[in-house]
Structures are given as C-alpha cells and as structure tokens.
Design a protein around this ligand. Structure first.
Ligand code: PLZ
Length: 439
C-alpha cells in the first residue's frame, strides 16, 4: 500500500485547495448535486482518503458501501487496466464478451439459493431495481409492487415512487409511477414487535389495501440502507418470503447496499437463510466502477422476451473486469469473515459509547454495516441536531462518517474491508471524542 495508512491533518478540513475547488464546483456543478464533506480527493486506498491539501482522512463510508475491497484495490486495478487496454466497449447486445457472462456466472454461484439462476447487468442500483420490477411484472402478469416504510431504492421515476423519504429524494419530482404500495417495516426500536408480529402487520396491510393476487413483487432491503440501517426483527424476512411464495408474489431482495460481504455473509439474506426469487446488486460488486445486476430464478429471468432487457452500457466490459477483480479479492481474502471481525470490534465500541451517552438509543447492524440511532434521552424522539454536530466534529478531525435515516438521526459505519485494525480503532476514538465534545 503506497498511501500511508494514518490519519494526518496538515490543514483545516476542508483545506484551502479544497475550498478553491469547491468554488469551482459551485460555479459549474448543479446545486442539486450535494456533497457531504467537500474535501477533494487526490488518491485513496486501504482505509484512507488523501485530499488535494495532503490531508489523510480515515474512510468510514466507502463511498456509500461501494469500495468494500478498498479504493483502487490492486486486484481491481489490474483487471481494469488489462481490459481497458484490450477494448472499452462493444455493447453486449451487439457483440458479446466473456466478462459479462463470467460476472453472471459468479452471481449465480454467490447469491442465495442452490436453484438455477440467470442474471442481467446494468449501470446503477436504481436501474437494477427498475428491471427487477419489469421482470416480476412480465413473469406474473400483475402490476402492483409492495415496498416498505423507510425504504430506499433509487432516484429514477419508478424507484422514487418506491423510496419512502420525501426530502431530498422526491420533493417536487412527481408525479410518480403508479401501483407502488407501502407496508410498515419491522423497526424493533420503534415498534417493539417480534418479526412474526411485524410481518403479520405488513401482510395485513398488503392483503387489505392491495390484495395478494394483485402483487407482482415485494421489494425489500434485508437491512435498510439510506432509511436508517434498520435491521428487521428475526423472522420478519422469512415470514414475508414464505407469504410471497404462497401467493405467487416475486420476493425481491434489494442487496445493493447490504450485499457482497458487507454484512459478514455474501448477502444479508444469507443470515436468516432467506432465498429471494430475485436479488438486486450494485455498489460493492465492482470496487467502484458502475455495475449492477438482477439475478434470479431462471424461469423468472427468462420470462422476458428477447430484447426486453438491456441498455447501451449495461455490463460494460471495464466494469465487469473490475467486478471479477473485486469478487476474486472477496473470495481469496475471505472478506466476509473480515466484515464479521470488523463488526464485532465496531459493535463493542458502539455499545461502550451507548453506555456513556444516553443520546444513543440503539446500536444495530451486522458486520461492517453498523449504525447508532440518536434520540432524546429516554425517548425515541429523533435527534438530528446532535447527529449533525457529532458528524461535523468527525469530519473536522479527519474521519469521513455518513449519516442516514428517515429523520437524519442515524450514524452509519461502512468502512472498506481493507482498513487496518489500528486505523479503525483510531476512527472510533474520534467518534467517541465527538460525542464528548458535543455533549
Ligand atoms: N437500493 C438499497 O442503497 C443506493 C444512494 C445515495 P444507485 N444508495 C445510495 C443517494 O443519495 O443517491 C441504493 C441503495 C439501495 C438502491 C440504491 C440505488 O443505487 O446506484 O445509487 O442508483
């Protein structure tokens, strides 16, 4: 690793060079495209981002759960360099190439379930979700789509309809796609229900308000991402999967944020042995290059007529090469077990912190997908103000943290799995300091 694996601040954050570039950004980039922390990045790797001022920041975000194998991971770089020098694009729908097929074969092997599977590749998570819905509709001949409170599925028209939160994702962007229905999510901190009870509540809403026979699919994040890293109570996902199966509803796991070793399994669905009919993937699949997939039962995937799925760039050869490099890294380095190690360390640190600061109402997550939810002490009333203060402190001290949640009161920790133990411990020292400093 050529980048020194240390936190080193040589200017204020953001530094003068980043501030200069920020001016440039504000002049030329649409304001609608925001940034969490305006340090302009020069290079990154291991667990560190180096900015244009020479500051070394610790990365606890992985570019929103993307650089799971690390930024510019050597295996990804090697595969990409070879591919980009060989050919950059043909369009798979015009003249095919091995990388696309190899990624689909890997997806068939790695996604939950031993049944025959096929895949189609796309450019972004939202595009994968849209296509999963298209496939489910053709396969079932039904229209309705079930989604959940706090869900996040993307920013395209259909996926905006599927995403729960208005600001900033939906406000003013309607009218949205129809036939999308929202059911209550299992949210143990807020509803106190068992998985079976929460599933019964959701099923009742869908049964009474939509009708099981009208549902093409039920789309759910096994651990919710943008919506607050909400981990449903045990039994919730298996009960929904069983109900879907009994009623001919395609059960779609959106594993775009939770997939590819992030939670300590290849997929979060694996944790409870849930076998989805379709799985959407993106983010961690390709080490930072844009690639997404829909993988599922062969008979469902093949329900769509030839030419019904595709796109100019879907499964671009360079992105596929990156994915093959990233997947190889995950396999050979057993990154799922690294995620579990990181998870037990982070969970210990967060639970200790929760013992000292009663603003932390919940510690949750799995593997390298952990979070804390901040509420007014003794209540479940969200505290986004304190969340923002803690976040700002971490940023000033050179630790890149992300927030999320319907109320913006959740800290999520998504370190690259290539981060070293020392650096990870230092990052959580800073997080602890941030709570004390903002108390
Ligand atoms: N499904 C579960 O997490 C993307 C989006 C951040 P795209 N999450 C980060 C933002 O503000 O846009 C995501 C996800 C889940 C779908 C998506 C959408 O993936 O690659 O961003 O389209």
């Amino acid at each position: 690793m050529s980048i020194a694996q240390e936190r080193r601040l040589v200017t204020a954050i953001p530094g003068p060079r980043s501030l200069e570039r920020l001016e440039h950004k504000l002049a030329y980039v649409a304001d609608g495209v925001g940034t969490t922390l305006p340090v302009f990045v020069a290079e990154a790797g291991g667990g560190v981002l180096v900015d244009v001022d020479g500051n070394h920041l610790i990365d606890l975000g992985s570019g929103i759960a993307v650089t799971t194998v690390g930024n510019a991971a050597p295996s990804v770089v090697r595969h990409v360099q070879e591919q980009v020098a060989a050919f950059t694009h043909t369009c798979f729908m015009v003249t095919p190439y091995d990388g696309y097929v190899d990624v689909c074969a890997a997806l068939a092997e790695l996604t939950p379930g031993e049944h025959a599977k096929k895949s189609a590749l796309f450019n972004s998570g939202a595009e994968a979700v849209e296509n999963a819905v298209k496939i489910a509709r053709v396969a079932t001949g039904r229209d309705a789509v079930a989604v959940f409170d706090h869900a996040y599925h993307g920013r395209t028209n259909l996926t905006m309809a599927m995403t729960a939160k208005n600001m900033p994702y939906k406000n003013g962007f309607g009218p949205f796609a129809g036939e999308v229905y929202r059911a209550p999510m299992s949210y143990p901190l807020r509803d106190g229900l068992s998985g079976a009870e929460a599933a019964a509540r959701a099923i009742d809403v869908l049964d009474k308000q939509v009708g099981a026979a009208n549902l093409a699919c039920l789309v759910i994040e096994p651990i919710q991402g943008e919506g607050g890293f909400v981990v449903p109570a045990p039994g919730f996902l298996p009960a929904l999967a069983a109900w879907s199966r009994e009623n001919g509803i395609v059960f779609i796991a959106d594993e775009i944020q939770s997939g590819f070793c992030r939670t300590g399994d290849w997929f979060a669905s694996d944790h409870e042995g849930v076998v989805p009919d379709l799985v959407t993937t993106a983010k961690g699949i390709a080490g930072g290059l844009p690639l997404a997939g829909v993988t599922g039962r062969t008979e469902l995937m093949d329900a769509v007529h030839v030419g019904g799925l595709g796109g100019t760039y879907g499964g671009n050869p360079v992105a596929c090469a990156a994915a093959l490099g990233a997947i190889d890294e995950m396999r050979t380095q057993d990154l799922a077990s690294r995620a579990r190690q990181i998870g037990s360390f982070v969970q210990g640190r967060l639970e200790a912190l929760a013992g000292e600061h009663d603003v932390i109402a919940d510690v949750r997550g799995r593997g390298a997908m952990m979070a804390i939810e901040l509420c007014r002490p003794g209540t479940v009333e969200p505290d986004p103000v304190r969340t923002a203060a803690v976040s700002a402190y971490c940023h000033q001290q050179g630790v890149v943290t992300l927030t999320c949640g319907t109320w913006g009161n959740v800290f999520r920790f998504l370190p690259p799995l290539s981060i070293g133990d020392g650096l990870l411990a230092e990052a959580f020292d800073v997080v602890a300091e941030a709570f004390t400093a903002t108390a």
